[in-house]
Design a binder for this molecule. Structure first.
Ligand code: PMP
Length: 392
């Protein structure tokens, strides 16, 4: 009998079939993936430099330009999740010693400040309590005081459920010689954003929220002003993988023949292409309207069953993610676990500053429907009846 050299046997768990239950994903993301997008991701692989894949990349670029409402040439998808796009934006915009102003009213500003500090940037924080948004006056004060090169702000604050108004912000930043960087991971397609008209310099998003594609590719775009800043850098960006110079070439944004940079997640690109195609077919305005209508219905339903909303001002509520105060005497974990176990449905607890305080309900892309609003409200009522009140 041949003696094996292997000391680690094949894992038992891998010899069993893959187990993936059906589940309604009504948390802050990811959202469910429609069959059409699933099917696109399951197509046979092609090479990452094959003309058909380059064509799909061009189509993605056009789809992002539509979703962002921009004509920017430097528009592409990062091979990575929303965080990867956040790093791509900051790694390329900032150099050691550059001053950045970060608007913090939830976890995303905190993370952006952390990333910018790792780069050796001079970071100032503009703070607002969770549940609130920044006014132009708040921002102007920060710009005057700190004279930053870049302002980071989150359009859809998914940890608090706040929609940040963007009107006038780009113009204000430019008057103060500052670039405007906006995180639209949780809001793109669910709330209006106009990159060119609103003079946003860098905008990024994710694939797994309103676009209903799997996580792993992240739309991003740089304005001409932002591109000039990249060209003026004295040092190379600290990440090779996220170097916009290389990525611009791979995505055909620099007019040069395309060179291999990395092996792109081709199947994720197929899915993203379909997610963007479905948004284009539906139309941005219809999508925005649908998210608003279903969010309004959810908010009213939440109030009708005796719960409270975390964001008081109606116009500041994010149409994609609604934050509901954890009712007194209940443990949020009991409620989320109850929905998962008894209704096959995910909703989430708080994140960062809202941990323990809120439940987060996401209605994004195909999940934003009146039927889902009714389902989640029924499930919540059921949870309120059945979840034991925790001892206070
Ligand atoms: N920004 C915002 C506003 C988000 O909601 C998220 C995801 N929850 C991210 C950034 C990070 O995205 P990802 O989890 O895809 O890295």
């Amino acid at each position: 009998m041949a003696t094996s050299l292997l000391r680690v046997p094949p894992p038992e768990e891998l010899l069993r079939p893959l187990a993936v239950p059906e589940r309604l994903l009504l948390g802050p993301g990811p959202s469910n993936v429609p069959r059409r997008i699933q099917a696109a991701g399951a197509r046979q692989l092609l090479g990452h430099m094959h003309p058909e894949v380059l064509q799909v990349m061009d189509e993605i670029k056009a789809g992002i330009q539509y979703a962002f409402q921009t004509q920017n040439q430097l528009t592409l998808a990062i091979s990575g999740s929303g965080h990867c796009a956040m790093e791509a934006a900051l790694f390329n915009l900032l150099e050691r010693g550059d001053t950045a102003l970060v608007a913090i009213n939830g976890i995303w500003g905190q993370r952006a400040a952390d990333i910018a500090r790792r780069l050796g940037a001079n970071v100032y924080e503009l703070l607002k309590s969770p549940g609130k948004y920044f006014t132009l006056q708040d921002i102007e004060q920060g710009l005057v005081q700190h004279k930053p090169l870049v302002l980071f702000i989150t359009h859809g604050e998914s940890s608090t459920g706040v929609l940040q108004p963007l009107e006038g912000l780009g113009e204000l930043c430019h008057r103060h010689g500052c670039l405007l960087l906006v995180d639209a991971v949780a809001s793109l397609g669910g709330a209006p954003i106009f990159m060119d008209q609103q003079e946003i310099d860098v905008l990024y998003s994710g694939s797994q929220k309103v676009l209903n594609a799997p996580p792993g590719s992240a739309p991003i775009s740089f304005s001409e002003r932002a591109r000039e800043k990249l060209l003026k850098r004295k040092t190379k960006p600290p990440s090779f993988y996220l170097d916009m110079g290389w990525l611009a070439n791979y995505w055909g944004c620099d007019g040069e023949p395309r060179r291999y940079h990395h092996t792109a997640p081709i199947n994720s690109f197929f899915s993203l292409r379909e997610g963007l195609a479905m948004l284009a077919e539906l139309g941005l305005e219809t999508s925005w309207e649908r998210h608003q209508t279903n969010c309004t219905q959810l908010c009213q339903g939440v109030l009708d069953i005796g719960l409270e909303l975390f964001v008081e001002e109606e116009k500041a509520r994010l149409p994609t993610i609604t934050t509901v105060r954890v009712p007194e005497g209940y443990n949020w974990k009991d409620i989320t676990a109850f929905l998962m176990d008894n209704h096959g449905m995910e909703i989430a607890g708080g994140l960062g500053p809202t941990v323990g305080k809120v439940l987060r309900i996401g209605l994004m892309g195909c999940n934003s429907s009146s039927a889902n609003v009714e389902r989640v409200l029924r499930a919540l009522q059921d949870a309120l009846r059945c979840c034991q009140r925790s001892r206070l």
